[in-house]
Design a protein around this ligand. Structure first.
Ligand code: SF4
Length: 71
């Protein structure tokens, strides 16, 4: 069975709008052109927040990594 292991940013898709960084600066930071994940969720509350942001990303660039996927 697949298990959630974390979030990552698809750098080819991210347009650098900054929404995720604005909504959760503890978990995302802005690079020169793209956001990056700086911390993975530590509890259910964090996970719910990041799932909301993932849904709100205008281009769907916040991806879920699963244990069955290659990193
Ligand atoms: S919300 Fe999406 S498009 Fe905007 S910076 Fe974050 S990952 Fe990139």
């Amino acid at each position: 069975m697949e298990e959630f292991v974390g979030f990552c940013i698809d750098r080819d898709t991210c347009v650098g709008c900054g929404l995720c960084v604005e909504m959760a600066p503890d978990f995302f930071a802005m690079g020169e052109f793209h956001a990056r994940v700086t911390k993975q969720p530590q509890n259910e509350e964090d996970l719910a927040l990041l799932m909301d942001i993932r849904r709100d990303c205008p281009v769907g660039a916040i991806l879920l990594k699963k244990s069955s996927e290659e990193t």
